[in-house]
Design a protein around this ligand. Structure first.
Ligand SMILES: Cc1cc2nc3c(=O)[nH]c(=O)nc-3n(C[C@H](O)[C@H](O)[C@H](O)COP(=O)(O)OP(=O)(O)OC[C@H]3O[C@@H](n4cnc5c(N)ncnc54)[C@H](O)[C@@H]3O)c2cc1C
Length: 424
């Protein structure tokens, strides 16, 4: 199967050894696509080195291995819903958008989605993938249970409240192959998306809280040198948020009938199911720009304005290699390796053009500018952090490493990336 057949729309991948954006070519000698947990267990047992691979939407060598890559695209056990407990269990390789449609059809919902519905649930969980919302945790905070194949080939289950559970949810593939995930659900709800334009950088920097507190989920899209941001996207939850105002911090709501990219979920204030409004992109369409390289940093929310000012100093170097920046917020959680671990967070994302030499030349300077704010990188995106810097910003990184080493004493899930970051 080629990357173009994974159902992820247009990709930058040229071969079935490339990740989705075409920014990394896997070196693993074997890529397997098991269909059952038993097959996963056999592959783990017989492989000296092994690693899980989801829909390949991370941007680096993070999932690679010197042995067997276990791609989860056929681990798509049908969802089972427990309406009393308000939980759904689903195969690890299921794409978020597929589960979302299934849940909505039965009257249920997730609390949030990432921008892209094409990503696998276990892969998104493992890297701490997030959407936006001042009071909304990252997607992994909805996880109440994991089933995984451990280093010795045994099938293990952990649930919320178990010792070490908080260390395993955002697990970056470091301790096993997750085969199914249990997620919290709630009754389905509707959302409307409204676009605002004309928000100046000055107004944003003056009070980011006014913008991001304006609805259930808010994103600001921007380039850095201009006086004015590109747009603000408000996702208002019907019945919770009030009617969308005509203006927010000087930005004006777009007239009905404004042009919307064909790949985008419906905007223009038309209420619709959460599953078709919370992701920016449609599951059946071409997402994002394909040939891109993303980086993202998480700072404490109260430092948002100062961190943005620090990044703006680099505007003239960022914009020539930038597709778009997206700014979002997430709520604090207790997951050890979450980007929002123990702090309400402001997320600064860069969708760069796929020009790795220029981007990787810029990142160390950006990271140095964000260092005073304790910025953490997104595990699944480009960054240049080493083990010392990871330990500096994630107080529980050492504890996570001890947990992963204890669960995988033979080092089957160790790879170059995790070693570089000191996580294994
Ligand atoms: C266009 C685009 C838009 C994006 N939008 C967002 C966004 O809105 N918010 C955000 O936070 N991120 C976003 N991302 C990043 C993306 O969500 C993460 O990279 C995520 O990990 C992708 O999931 P995947 O299944 O493709 O993971 P992969 O890239 O396949 O793997 C990533 C990591 O997860 C591990 N993993 C995968 N499956 C398993 C498993 N079954 N068991 C154990 N470990 C596993 C791998 O070992 C690896 O460490 C975006 C990426 C792209 C390309």
């Amino acid at each position: 199967m080629t990357a173009r057949q994974t159902g992820a729309g247009r990709t930058g991948a040229a071969t079935d050894r490339d990740n989705w954006a075409g920014t990394y070519t896997f070196t693993a000698p074997r890529i397997e696509h098991p269909e059952t947990v038993e097959e996963v267990a056999r592959l783990v047992r017989e492989s000296e080195h092994v690693h899980a691979l989801g829909t390949r939407h991370s941007f680096t060598d993070l999932p690679d291995t010197a042995g067997t890559l276990i791609q989860t695209d056929r681990l798509r056990t049908a969802p089972t819903l427990d309406e009393t407990a308000r939980r759904v269990n689903v195969g690890a390789g299921t794409r978020y958008g597929v589960l979302a449609e299934w849940l909505h059809a039965r009257g249920w919902a997730l609390h949030n989605m990432g921008s892209l519905p094409h990503i696998s649930i276990a892969g998104a969980t493992a890297t701490g993938t997030h959407g936006s919302g001042d009071r909304l945790g990252i997607l992994s905070t909805a996880v109440s249970g994991l089933e995984f194949v451990a280093s010795d080939g045994s099938v293990e289950r952990v649930g919320r409240g178990d010792t070490d559970f908080d260390g395993l949810v955002v697990g970056i593939g470091a301790f096993g192959v997750v085969t199914s995930v249990t997620l919290d659900v709630e009754p389905t709800y509707d959302v409307r998306q409204d676009v605002y334009t004309g928000l100046t950088w000055d107004a944003l920097l003056d009070d980011p809280g006014e913008i991001f507190g304006a609805a259930y989920s808010v994103s600001v899209f921007a380039k850095w040198a201009a006086e004015t941001t590109e747009s603000v996207l408000l996702k208002s939850r019907i019945g919770v948020d009030g009617p969308s105002p005509d203006r927010i911090a000087g930005a004006r709501i777009e007239e009905a009938g404004a042009v919307v990219p064909a790949s985008a979920t419906q905007r223009g204030g038309v209420p619709g199911p959460w599953s078709l409004r919370l992701p920016h992109f449609r599951l059946d369409a071409t997402p994002s720009i394909g040939e891109e390289l993303q980086a993202e940093y998480f700072v404490p929310r109260e430092k948002a304005a100062a961190a943005l000012r620090a990044v703006r100093e680099f505007a003239d170097r960022i914009d020539p290699v930038l597709g778009m920046t997206e700014l979002r917020t997430t709520a604090a959680d207790s997951l050890w390796l979450s980007g929002s671990s123990e702090r309400d967070t402001f997320a600064i994302a860069f969708t760069f053009l796929r020009r790795p030499a220029e981007v990787y030349a810029l990142l160390p300077d950006l990271e140095a500018a964000l260092r005073p704010f304790g910025a953490r990188p997104h595990w699944g995106k480009a960054h240049t952090f080493d083990a010392a810097r990871i330990a500096e910003v994630w107080p529980l990184a050492q504890r996570a490493r001890e947990l992963f080493d204890r669960l995988d004493p033979r080092g089957a899930f160790v790879n170059d990336h995790l070693r570089r970051l000191g996580v294994r």
